[in-house]
Ligand binder design. Structure first.
Ligand code: ES4
Ligand code: ZN
Length: 326
């Protein structure tokens, strides 16, 4: 059996996935037509051709533009349904999915629109043998902490459907400590915590996410390699890092996949997982990320098995559910 067939056949997790980043050009164009939203693209090919990024910000600009076609409950249902169908087809059995409430509330679209849409698709997947899903409410770090606090307050009626909070969007200049109070409040509500850190921003942001926000996982975290003491800490405490190889190359964190440090990270004993991030923008879902590692880094069978096992270890599943997959 080839390594890719093995990876495809094994049950896997997805722990770093922005649902808005799974909006495929076909659905984007269909929803733009449905709601009469004008986009700077007229065909699916033009959308795909526009996805050339030179930084995180250049991507985020198109990501927020794309999300502007999401208007009613059915749109959010279709978005989640399509993602879960694709991940199910790739052997993903458990997903922890981020959504950005502020991307929608800023446009006047509330929790009462997107949450029922997401939850209907999640329930349907469960009935049909699809992946289990936990939701992560992610704050936009380019906005103020006060706005994040309001976003958490607005989520109160839905907290039984939300497992964790996260922190995403423009990293540089928006360090984790800006959100100390809202993360503390989230903890008081019993929510777990993750944050993007050390993607484009410095290793010091990873320290801050750990020490100030007390996160349970770091999203990306690849720039930890610039700080040996931090690497030692991450290894010692086995803090999970949700690494997204195709994302890192698409956003020019590394020039080529051949330069991606994922294998070095594994060799150092870091608790690395593989994830898709924004699959429709970055050229692939989970299996395409593994394919890139196999092709460009000559990932070994042992490493692939470790990565897949790490996904379950790093998940927010209850210990007995974890044990089932391990
Ligand atoms: C994101 Cl790759 C990435 N980084 C930060 N924020 C994001 N939001 C969606 N994708
Ligand atoms: Zn991300």
């Amino acid at each position: 059996m080839s390594l890719m067939s093995l990876i495809a056949a094994l049950p896997k997790t997805e722990l770093h996935l922005h649902i808005e980043g799974s909006l495929e050009p076909e659905l984007m164009m269909a929803l733009a037509t449905k709601h009469n939203v004008s986009l700077p693209y007229t065909t699916v090919e033009e959308v795909a051709a526009a996805y050339q990024f030179d930084s995180l910000q250049s991507f985020l600009d198109l990501y927020y533009l794309g999300a502007s076609v999401l208007r009613d409950e059915e749109d959010f249902y279709c978005l989640m349904r399509d993602y879960l169908q694709r991940s199910h087809a790739q052997g993903v059995v458990h997903c922890e999915i981020m959504f950005d409430p502020q991307t929608h509330t800023e446009r006047g679209i509330g929790y009462d629109v997107f949450m029922p849409g997401f939850c209907r698709a999640i329930e349907e997947a469960k009935q049909n043998g699809g992946p289990s899903v936990l939701l992560i409410l992610s704050f936009l770090r380019h906005l103020t902490e006060q706005e994040a606090i309001q976003t958490l307050q607005d989520a109160k009626p839905y907290l039984d459907r939300i497992t964790a909070v996260g922190l995403d969007s423009s990293e540089k200049g928006n360090p984790p400590e800006k959100f100390a109070r809202v993360f503390e409040q989230a903890g008081q509500h019993g929510l777990l915590k993750v944050a993007h850190a050390g993607e484009e921003g410095p290793a010091s942001y990873i320290w801050s996410a750990l020490n100030t926000l007390q996160v349970d996982r770091i999203d990306h975290g690849v720039r930890c390699l610039e700080d040996p003491e931090l690497v030692e800490h991450l290894v010692q405490h086995q803090i999970p890092l949700t690494v997204c190889p195709l994302s890192n190359v698409k956003l020019c964190v590394y020039e080529k996949m051949e330069q991606h440090p994922l294998r070095d990270m594994l060799a150092k004993g870091l608790n690395v997982t593989v994830n898709a991030d924004d699959p429709s923008y970055f050229g692939g879902y989970l299996l395409e990320n593994y394919q890139a590692l196999v092709t460009s880094l000559a990932l070994t069978r042992e490493e692939a098995l470790t990565l897949i096992r790490n996904g379950f270890r790093a998940s927010f599943l209850a210990p007995e559910q974890k044990q089932y997959w391990l």
